[in-house]
Ligand binder design. Structure first.
Ligand SMILES: [Zn+2]
Ligand SMILES: [Zn+2]
Length: 374
């Protein structure tokens, strides 16, 4: 989470202690289980990247330790207040009984410096630390909450070591595994957790929540919630990164220019997308925006008005849509998907991007613009 943003779990973005996630089924069912003291000791939170899973895990830790736990009806319930000392300290990451185990984090071996080693996996030494913490009574709260995020980055030996704790979690401890790729977890780990699916927020809900932030106009909130497809974490991260809407505008301007450009310019652009260390990260970001743009073009071309991401570039969409054949757009969308898959395994970043550039369809001169549905 970027510094300087209001915490989603606080009261800053509405919905009480569950923050923006309050209106999700996942938050509601967790609150019910907390209120009824029926929360399983091992949970698996799944859902798209940046949908708000980590936030939900923190709110759950708050709900379990909140000093003023309430519910909508005013009785003792399963909702964190978001404001008491426990809730605040958990949100700030300073609560002794709540810890997230992540790649590069703390472990049990004193001379390991995972941050320096730039570890991308969660090692067995970190699971040993988790075992040690799990065995101790909560220090200041009611329950110790240990979050593993992302759980799909557990190394095989770490995953095996975790099984013992998952099978018989010590009393007083709740384990929360977080992942957007549950298929990459071992079947045995998955089978020992209660799975909770976290779904994106309805666009209107996210838009309203974002509009409650001081720095954001209602119009930008609407645009951002479309760009984030209901993923609150994605929208907030985009805001934290600077000017997400301006960035997107620039990416789409590049794309429209390239589509009409010649081979040399296209290839030069492919080269400019390759990261300094020959990595695919900058390209992946651009490609995501491109895929959404071409999807929008297809929708406008076919007169489908639902789910348009680039509503704020409506004039450009309507100008471009008639210049491409639907089957050309579909073919290029498939090409984009294929490229994204190749980049994920990071094989030959430049050549992969060059192939994509050459596959991009060229606009024909439009005879008449597509009219949008009323
Ligand atoms: Zn509280
Ligand atoms: Zn270690």
């Amino acid at each position: 989470m970027t510094v300087g943003l209001p915490a989603m779990g606080g009261s800053a973005i509405g919905g009480g202690g569950w923050g923006a996630m309050a209106e999700t089924d996942a938050a509601r069912s967790l609150a019910r289980m907390v209120a009824g003291d029926r929360l399983p000791q091992a949970l698996l939170l799944t859902g798209p990247a940046k949908v708000g899973k980590a936030q939900l895990a923190m709110s759950l830790a708050q709900a379990l330790n909140c000093l003023e736990r309430g519910s909508a009806s005013g009785e003792v319930g399963g909702d964190p207040c978001g404001e008491c000392r426990a809730c605040r300290r958990i949100a700030e990451g300073r609560y002794a009984d709540v810890e997230t185990i992540a790649p590069g984090g703390l472990c049990r071996v004193s001379d390991h410096d995972h941050a320096k080693l730039a570890t991308i996996e969660i090692g067995i030494c970190q699971i040993r630390r988790l075992e040690m913490l799990a065995a101790m009574n909560p220090y200041e709260g009611r329950r110790r909450v240990l979050v593993i995020d992302p759980a799909d980055m557990l190394r095989d030996d770490a995953s095996d070591a975790l099984l013992k704790t998952l099978e018989e979690p010590p009393a007083g401890v709740t384990l929360v595994l977080v992942t957007d790729s549950p298929a990459r977890l071992s079947e045995t780990v998955r089978s020992r957790c209660r799975r909770i699916e976290v779904t994106p927020l309805p666009r209107a809900v996210l838009s309203q929540r974002l509009a409650e932030l001081d720095a954001i106009s209602a119009e930008d909130a609407e645009t951002l919630s479309r760009m984030a497809h209901g993923c609150a974490g994605l929208a907030l991260a985009a805001i934290g990164d600077g000017e997400p809407i301006e960035q997107r505008r620039a990416q789409i301007a590049d794309l429209r220019r390239l589509s009409a450009a010649g081979v040399a310019e296209r290839l030069a652009f492919a080269e400019s997308l390759v990261g300094r260390r020959n990595d695919a990260a900058p390209a992946r970001l651009a490609l995501e925006s491109w895929r959404e743009w071409w999807r929008d073009l297809l929708r406008v071309r076919l007169g489908v008005e639902q789910g348009i991401t680039h509503e704020f570039l409506r004039a450009e969409l309507e100008m471009d849509a008639p210049r491409y054949q639907p089957d050309e757009i579909v073919a290029f969308l498939l090409e984009l998907r294929r490229t994204e898959e190749l980049l994920r395994i990071s094989v030959g970043v430049l050549i992969t991007l060059e192939a994509l550039m050459l596959a991009m369809p060229r606009p024909t001169v439009a005879r008449q613009p597509v009219r949008s549905a009323p």
